[in-house]
Design a protein around this ligand. Structure first.
Ligand SMILES: [Fe+2]
Length: 216
């Protein structure tokens, strides 16, 4: 006869206690690594001025594809995917954030009365996407072009509900106009690196990747 038969039997109560302990202590273990987390903190994406051409009225078609405006297709300029992910400084995706971009058409005109209303109606000019649990966003648009007084850029805004988390501008790495641009020049080297990205050949036209870090 075994001397300690109870040690070999299933004890549902003990099993529940073990599971509860795991739930209680697992987050505590994660929280017990502040040093490692602090070392991995990301720099906030620097903010830049909104500028004068945020749409007065958002277009009815304001999805991720700026090259398809209603039934129209925009065939000018160089098509590009602008993509990335929205995270907080700890690298956690900011689920539910809205990413907006707006930019001028291939001739340098915005959909805005302040720019003479000259923008090509086939170009959507503005897009908005809501990120999911992975924080990822993706836009189809054109590679930005210079216009009088500015180096090429795409305006970008991040909102969470009614809160604006970030307004900034995305620049083209290696563009000779950057060093002459009054807004780009205001940024530190680290800030420039955070918003100036390569537009490279991808599988489907060109592609640019911009990680966006916000205080959420
Ligand atoms: Fe602009």
């Amino acid at each position: 006869m075994p001397s300690h038969p109870r040690q070999l039997t299933f004890d549902p109560a003990a099993d529940r206690r073990l599971a509860t302990a795991a739930l209680v202590f697992a987050p505590a273990l994660l929280l017990g690594m502040p040093t490692a987390r602090a070392q991995g903190r990301r720099m906030l994406t620097p903010s830049q001025t909104e500028g004068p051409f945020y749409p007065l009225q958002l277009p009815a078609d304001r999805d991720h594809d700026l090259l398809a405006h209603g039934a129209a297709r925009y065939a000018r300029g160089t098509p590009v995917w602008l993509e990335g992910e929205v995270t907080d400084v700890e690298g956690r995706p900011v689920r539910g954030a809205d990413v907006e971009i707006w930019q001028c058409d291939a001739d340098g005109h915005y959909h805005h009365s302040g720019d003479g209303g000259r923008a090509d109606p086939d170009f959507q000019g503005f897009g908005r996407v809501r990120v999911g649990a992975d924080g990822r966003y993706r836009f189809r648009t054109i590679e930005p072009v210079p216009y009088t007084g500015r180096t090429p850029h795409i305006h970008l805004k991040v909102k969470l509900g009614s809160r604006e988390l970030l307004t900034t501008q995305v620049y083209v790495e290696g563009h000779p106009g950057n060093a002459r641009d009054f807004l780009w020049r205001r940024l530190s080297d680290a800030e420039r690196a955070a918003v100036t990205v390569p537009f490279t050949a991808g599988g489907d036209g060109r592609i640019a990747h911009l990680p966006v870090v916000v205080a959420a």
